[in-house]
Design a protein around this ligand. Structure first.
Ligand code: 3H9
Length: 689
């Protein structure tokens, strides 16, 4: 059987798509559908058509991997013209999700029937696009622009019930969707009935849409597809259908070619690829996790315990003494209280979550837990003694995880007699908010432990990325390069606000100086001292006691607890003094130069991480940075960004920086050099071709 097959039942041609996993509308499906519709129209024994699908999805939309490639006929708009222009009524039988082009197929039909569990949406906005096969024109005409626009703006699907209420569906059934759709198709053929379009486009609807559009444009923050969406939908009130379609098509094609949509499409696939664990097959099943224990009730441990409680998993929060335990529990309660005050959590839900967190003193409380996550002080001796203790009390088969940010997991595991059960689970602060979870896989750890940590991460609402063991794993190892680059820039002539502005201009929420002030400059200082490292400016700021927001000053001034820092003339003078002491003649840097100097060394480190097998794929690195460090998704992550700049350009800039600073570590990594040289600089980290 091909991807599209037709069965004629009585006088209705049921055209069924079967293109696993999600029935995306790739070229072969479009061709199959076009042929089936043409054939049914030509068949005198057929009076009506049903478009149906096999599998869990009706149609998940256009095949995203085809975007940006040479077009193959028929295009989706042409196919939908054929469906909409069918002389015989066509009814969609929607048994699962109908998304993007999938919903547009259904909209081109004369009527739509769906199963109760079906969901319908136009998620193109999330890929930096707008619907491009009539969605912006047909949906407002069917349900009114005031209802259609928010669906396209949020990209979130609606339930079948909601769609019925909107008038998007004609019928919702709990079973036999194809039979019911066939019946409806026959009736439509017999009566010649059909919905009259444009009846929802009233003046009141236009006014409601314009109000929503004005608000959306205000919040668009430079996203090019929001104005495009407004323009396309607005045209339903001023242009005939065919001209509106042309407007939509033009805007869609512009957006498909835009680097920002390319980046978001890369992220879409990278997010799915990251879930595939190299060398671990589907036969490896996760261990059962019914309860957990977290060691350490500090900010991190408390946040991790909240993740479990939020997911409905009972968790024991363990400390060495009652006082820090009470502090930790109070902090958790206070965080939940803020959510209650904001209205995002009911008092009942807060009580249920608090009841799932059981405070306890002493490691023996971890005895029954299926997984124990250690979030104690970041010092090897402390971690080892905890793991030795856990080895004595934890039940056989329990997973023992360390939340360390930097330390060597095999050394921690060696403190136990069960290294096969030990791995890293590195959460990001605040742990109850940040999506990233680095799952650190050692050579010794059992595959099912890795699979369990990943599955658990998803249950906790995280994006788990499996990484190899090595100082700072993926995220912090690259962050360290950015931190060093910041220090170099400060000494060379840039000021904190200039460095931060370059990064916020790029799309980060915060630059490195503001970030350090927020996290506390003393954290990096302590870690540098422990490793015998120096950073003249950062050290001097800490020596002055300027630890950041918590002390009212750091790289910036924070008068009266202000959250946004102000330039500090004293800090700027101190930086100038350090440059002078080093004999550096300060010079000014453009934002572009600052960006290159901050990000190129990160890309270089990313290449080294790939060489060492610490990350399985470049896309994994991008997912780490987007979910753990606020790298703007529409910039695709550091590896995608490197490709968009050109690896040859980055390699050249790194060589120049290495020569200028005399720092050999800044020389382009072998992988970067190789890819930069390949095909005269067109080598790519993230492209699959
Ligand atoms: C569009 O339609 C534009 C039109 O308006 C105009 C065109 C002219 N294409 O997510 P999963 C793959 S834009 C290609 O893990 P789930 C996915 O990569 C499109 N591939 O499953 C993965 O592959 P693999 C608008 C796709 O059950 C596999 O399917 N539509 C597509 O968790 C399973 O995916 C969207 O944005 C696609 N469209 O969730 C919907 N969709 O196994 C995007 C999925 O090799 N899709 N794949 O890694 C989704 O939201 C989810 O995939 C869905 C299933 C909810 C359908």
């Amino acid at each position: 059987m091909g991807l599209v097959s037709t069965t004629v039942l009585r006088d209705v041609a049921v055209v069924t798509i079967d293109n696993p996993p999600v029935n995306a509308l790739g070229a072969a499906v479009r061709q199959g559908l076009a042929a089936a519709v043409a054939q049914a129209n030509a068949d005198a024994g057929v009076t009506a058509l049903v478009i149906a699908a096999e599998g869990k999805a009706f149609i998940a939309g256009a095949d995203i991997s085809e975007f940006g490639k040479p077009p193959v006929a028929p295009s989706l708009p042409d196919l939908l013209d054929a469906i909409a222009g069918s002389s015989k009524p066509v009814v969609a039988a929607i048994q699962g999700v109908a998304l993007g082009g999938g919903l547009e197929v259904a909209l081109a039909c004369r009527a739509r029937v769906a199963l109760t569990a079906a969901k319908l949406g136009l998620p193109e906005i999330k890929l930096g696009l707008i619907p491009g096969a009539g969605g912006t024109q047909r949906l407002p005409r069917l349900i009114g622009a005031a209802k259609a626009f928010p669906m396209m703006l949020s990209g979130e699907p609606v339930s079948a019930g909601q769609a019925l209420e909107y008038g998007l569906l004609d019928e919702v059934v709990s079973e036999n969707v194809v039979a019911v759709a066939s019946q409806l198709a026959e009736t439509l053929a017999a009566t010649g009935a059909g919905r009259t379009a444009a009846d929802r486009l009233t003046e009141a609807d236009r006014e409601a849409f314009e109000a929503l559009a004005a608000e959306a444009l205000k919040k668009a923050e430079g996203a090019p597809n929001v104005p495009a969406l407004v323009e396309a939908v607005r045209s339903v009130f001023s242009l005939p259908f065919a001209e509106g379609l042309a407007v939509e098509r033009r805007l869609f094609l512009e957006l498909v070619a835009d680097e920002r949509s390319k980046a978001l499409r890369h992220v879409f696939f990278a997010e799915r690829e990251v879930a595939k664990l190299p060398g671990i097959g589907p036969e490896v099943k996760p261990r059962e996790i019914l309860s957990a224990a977290v060691i350490g009730a500090g900010t991190m441990g408390g946040g991790i315990a909240m993740c479990f409680a939020n997911a409905g998993i009972p968790v024991t929060l363990i400390e060495t003494a009652q006082a820090p335990l009470d502090n930790g529990m109070n902090r958790i309660a206070a965080i939940y209280d803020i959510s209650v005050q904001r209205g995002s959590l009911t008092p009942d839900a807060k009580a249920r979550r608090m009841a799932l967190i059981k405070p306890a003193v002493g490691l023996t409380a971890a005895a029954k837990a299926d997984i124990v996550i250690e979030a104690a002080f970041e010092e090897m001796g402390v971690k080892q003694s905890i793991f030795t203790g856990l080895d004595k009390v934890a039940k056989p088969g329990a997973i023992l995880a360390s939340n360390t940010s930097y330390l060597d997991i095999p050394t921690i595991a060696a403190a136990t007699g069960r290294p096969q059960d030990v791995l890293g689970m590195h959460f990001f602060s605040p742990a109850n908010v940040m999506k990233l979870l680095e799952v650190v896989r050692t050579k010794e750890v059992a595959d099912d432990v890795v699979v369990t940590a990943v599955a658990l991460g998803r249950r906790l609402g995280k994006v788990p990325v499996v990484v190899g063991n090595g100082f700072g794993f993926v995220g912090n190892r690259m962050l360290e390069q950015r931190t060093r680059a910041t220090e170099r820039l400060l000494v060379a002539g840039a000021l904190p606000h200039e460095i931060d502005a370059a990064l916020t201009g790029f799309g980060f929420k915060m630059g490195p100086c503001a970030m350090a002030d927020l996290a506390g400059n003393d954290i990096g200082w302590r870690s540098r001292k422990a490793r015998g490292l120096k950073a003249s400016v950062a050290d001097a700021i800490c020596e002055a006691g300027w630890f950041g927001q918590k002390t009212g000053r750091g790289y910036y001034l924070y008068p009266q607890g202000a959250r946004a820092g102000q330039r500090d003339p004293e800090v700027e003078a101190l930086i100038a003094r350090i440059s002078a002491e080093k004999g550096v003649t300060r010079r000014s840097f453009t934002s572009e130069e600052i960006l290159a100097r901050l990000l190129d060394p990160m890309v270089n480190e990313g290449a080294r991480i790939l060489e060492a097998g610490i990350a399985a794929r470049p896309g994994d690195i991008d997912i780490v940075w987007i979910n753990g460090y606020n790298w703007p998704a529409w910039r695709g992550g550091p590896m995608f960004w490197a490709d968009s700049v050109g690896l040859d350009v980055i390699a050249k800039r790194l060589s120049a920086l290495a020569a200028e600073t005399g720092d050999k570590a800044l020389e382009p990594a072998p992988l970067l050099q190789f890819l930069a040289a390949e095909r005269k600089g067109f080598g790519s980290l993230t492209s699959k071709s």
